[in-house]
Write a protein that binds this ligand. Structure first.
Ligand code: NIG
Ligand code: FE
Length: 412
């Protein structure tokens, strides 16, 4: 396929750029009045319209006059496999209850786990498929999905098998994370060691044996998994080659970021609560700071200090955190808008954070995240737009007109 008359081809980073650290996040190279050639599902070539290849009858041609072409969003943190939404908590939240209070009153992760344990693999696959095709239509072209609503060996494996089925059924790269350490099941409330032993001795070996996960995750937080407990799990997973991506500093400054850095985590995610030591820990590390502004927006907690992280030379990514409790939305366009509006990122920074740095937070930099020859042709074409900033500026409204995956127009 040949796409012509592109008003601006966005994110034409050099092929070897796999992430953007600190102030480099502001560099979003754009080629104006461009063409883009896709072949065998990959980006074959691109250039200015003066040098457009003569198409003849050789290629299907798409005229993108007035439109922008972006690399697809790379959403590196989601929990889209769940049995049921939690609207009942919505009313409590509106009435002023906090996320912690709702969880303590029997809502939260344990509520989702009870429902998921009763759902069949087929039911979970069907409902997650609906969510995923919505996300794809909103521009997501690669994502990570976590377990963590199973909380028994059997149900965690069930969730991970559903993720495997999604990988096989959808035309985008998907990574899976084992998040058994999401909450202590009721029967282990007073016996943390018992649950950790189960994760370490039964679950991790089985997951590795069946090759069901790419990463290990843990909700390292007061009232959930302590630093010591998280460290035990990360160490056990490391023996099976599962690298960490962890939930850190969502509700408190806990030391989880430093723990992640020490264990060479791919990413530490959330970071709504930070201090100078957190910024310093990430300033030299290759561990990515993945910020989830839709979660802050929905549960009314502070927005992460994106500016501080960028000033300290950290690698910042943006992701959705789509889940039934803290973020019932997987719309990356809104995430990018919040990145600008609430995290005070420039449009260039927010777009890079949701594409090239999101790809790096899934170790997919060689495949997706920018417009480079040889990368997957996973793209979105906007409606006619006046400028690049119009995309995050027009929050809550999709500017995406066409989604292209593996070089083909996506219809679900
Ligand atoms: O990333 N913080 C932990 N996990 C999810 C929320 C889980 C839930 O409430 O169901 C999050 O926000
Ligand atoms: Fe999360």
């Amino acid at each position: 396929m040949l796409i012509t008359n592109i008003k601006a081809l966005v994110g034409v980073h050099p092929k070897e750029t796999s992430f953007l650290r600190g102030s480099k996040l502001n560099q979003l190279p754009v080629l104006e009045n461009a063409w883009l050639l896709l072949e065998n599902g990959l980006i074959k070539d691109f250039g200015p319209m003066e040098s457009v290849p003569s198409s003849g009858a050789k290629f299907e041609t798409l005229n993108a006059k007035g439109r922008f072409v972006f690399p697809s969003w790379c959403d590196s943190h989601t929990h889209i496999v769940f049995a049921a939404p939690r609207e009942e908590e919505f009313a409590l939240k509106i009435a002023g209850k906090t996320y912690e209070e709702i969880a303590a009153a029997g809502g939260g992760i344990l509520n989702s786990a009870n429902k998921l344990q009763q759902a069949t693999e087929d039911e979970l696959f069907e409902s997650a498929s609906v969510r995923l095709s919505d996300m794809i239509k909103q521009g997501t072209g690669a994502l990570e999905i976590k377990s963590g609503y199973g909380l028994t060996v059997e149900s965690e494996l069930k969730m991970l098998r559903v993720i495997q089925r999604l990988k096989a059924a959808f035309p985008i790269p998907i990574k899976a994370s084992l998040l058994a350490a999401h909450a202590y099941p009721a029967e282990f409330k007073e016996n943390h060691k018992g649950y950790i032993d189960l994760i370490i001795n039964e679950l991790i070996p089985q997951v590795a044996h069946e090759n069901l996960a790419d990463y290990i995750d843990a909700f390292c937080e007061k009232g959930f998994f302590s630093l010591e407990e998280t460290a035990l799990i990360l160490e056990a997973a490391a023996k099976y080659g599962l690298k960490p991506k962890i939930h850190a500093n969502q509700l408190s400054v806990s030391g989880a970021v430093q723990l992640g850095v020490k264990h060479q985590a791919i990413s530490v995610d959330h970071l709504e609560e930070t201090d100078e030591e957190v910024l310093t820990a990430l300033s030299k590390s290759n561990t990515i700071a993945t910020l989830l502004p839709s979660c802050s927006f929905y549960i009314n907690i502070p927005f992460a200090n994106a500016k501080g992280l960028i000033e300290h030379n950290a690698i910042v990514a943006l992701a959705s955190d789509y889940n039934p409790g803290s973020t019932p939305s997987g719309n990356m366009n809104f995430v990018v808008s919040l990145g600008c509006i609430k995290l005070k990122m420039t449009p260039e920074q927010a777009i890079n954070a949701a594409t090239i740095n999101g790809a790096a937070a899934m170790e997919l930099s060689e495949q997706v995240g920018s417009i480079a020859i040889g990368k997957k042709a996973n793209l979105m074409i906007t409606r006619p737009m006046t400028s690049l900033a119009y995309l995050p500026y027009s929050f809550g409204q999709s500017q995406i007109e066409t989604v292209i995956l593996n070089g083909k127009i996506y219809h679900d």
